[in-house]
Design a protein around this ligand. Structure first.
Ligand SMILES: Cc1ncc(COP(=O)(O)O)c(C=O)c1O
Length: 396
């Protein structure tokens, strides 16, 4: 019940134990094509360029940024938590001139401040996290795509922690590139990063496309483009050629992760995206009411909280890590603290993937009540579970 990774959906774990296939087996390429279609629905996009990057969510971020950024490009990062810092760091490593609009942790970055910064910086790319797991706050994105388009900038969004459990509309919001991971609302293991790219983003990548020597059939001496993408593994041009009709060899596709990613999408779409988001919202609301019922104070701007994680201040005098250790040792329940300035100041409790469930919420609240009492906090008896049950309104 932490901020992710969370328990894997049993269907996903089962799918991952299926027999391995070679990467040129027609069954394998058919699964790849099917998975692309499934993720178009998950991302709510018609983008042809929708695929998986092999690696954890950060592999998707790195692939997107290194493939789009030519050293010297101006990149603007609205930053409101740890994962905004990660975007800055990766963009800097790609040689970008990075500009930042900061908000305090626990808040969002106001759209007007982003608009002013875009006007000032004139970035090629705006890169932002949707839900920054470190603070549990989600940046509103509905109007950002139009703003970027007017300014001729591409918009990249890290939706690792929100996709599948929070509203996310790639095409409607005009987002050019979105990356995610499986280990949060999608209920799978980490190790595969779904990604989708608009035509405008693919055009940038096309201008930097190259084919590896030894793969090229005709012109073995072809010179690399002037601005060749500075990573081989994360070269989205090559990865698109691998997933596209040419099926040009690149890495050896991670077969079991492909099975897992496909099953995550199938589970989600069979439930229905809207239903899954509503489920995350409901159980997240119950968890929030529950921790408040225990007398804990939520952290951050509640109007903009992610559906799937609640952050609460650790009560004065309580050693947060000791309570977390007790929860894990005595009840087998993991909750998280946070990073940097919030480490040891807040706990983060997730309700996502298969853990966005009534019994998981109630058991966590009951265990937390007991762990808090043992830590010397005067907690109202049953205050957490009662408040959560009130949200459920008696309906399982
Ligand atoms: C919003 C966000 N972005 C990126 C990452 C990095 O993901 P990974 O650890 O899968 O590389 C995380 C991980 O928690 C995250 O929450």
């Amino acid at each position: 019940m932490g901020p992710g990774p969370v328990n894997g959906d049993p269907r996903v774990l089962r799918a991952m134990s299926a027999a391995l296939l070679g990467q040129y087996d027609p069954a394998m390429t058919a699964l790849m094509t099917e998975t692309q279609g499934l993720y178009r629905d998950v991302f709510r996009t018609a983008n042809d360029a929708t695929l998986l990057v092999d690696g954890t969510s950060r592999a998707g971020i790195e692939a997107a940024l290194v493939s789009l950024i030519v050293p010297g490009d101006r990149v603007l990062v609205p930053r409101f938590g740890r994962f905004g810092h990660l975007l800055v760091e990766i963009a800097e490593r790609c040689g970008a001139e990075v500009h930042v609009v900061d908000a305090a942790w626990g808040e969002t970055v106001p759209l007007e401040r982003i608009a002013d910064a875009i006007a000032l910086v004139r970035p090629k790319l705006v890169a932002v996290v949707h839900g920054d797991t470190s603070t549990t706050i989600a940046q509103p994105l509905e109007e950002l795509g139009a703003l970027c388009r007017e300014a001729g900038a591409l918009l990249y969004v890290d939706a690792t922690a929100t996709l599948g459990g929070n509203e996310f509309r790639t095409d409607e919001w005009g987002v050019d590139v979105v990356t995610a991971g499986l280990q949060k609302c999608l209920g799978g293991p980490s190790g595969s990063a779904p990604i989708t790219l608009s035509r405008a983003a693919v055009a940038v990548i096309d201008s930097r496309r190259s084919v590896e020597a030894g793969i090229r059939a005709d012109d073995e001496e072809a010179a690399p483009p002037a601005e060749r993408i500075r990573s081989n593994y994360f070269d989205l041009g090559m990865i698109l050629d691998y997933w596209g009709p040419a099926r040009l060899n690149h890495h050896t596709e991670a077969t079991s992760m492909l099975y897992g990613a496909r099953e995550c999408a199938r589970v989600l779409l069979q439930e229905g995206l809207d239903a899954a988001i509503a489920r995350h919202r409901r159980h997240g609301r119950a968890m929030l009411a529950g921790v408040q019922g225990l007398g804990l104070r939520p952290f951050g701007d509640l109007e903009h909280r992610m559906t799937n994680i609640v952050a609460v201040h650790i009560p004065e005098g309580v050693v947060g890590d000791a309570v977390r250790a007790a929860m894990l040792a005595d009840y087998g329940i993991e909750i998280g603290t946070s990073f940097g300035p919030l480490h040891g100041r807040v706990w983060r409790i997730g309700t996502m993937g298969v853990n966005a469930r009534r019994d998981a919420v109630l058991l966590t609240l009951a265990a937390l009540e007991q762990a808090l009492r043992r830590a010397g906090v005067a907690v109202p008896a049953g205050g957490g579970t009662e408040a959560a049950l009130d949200v459920y309104g008696g309906k399982p």
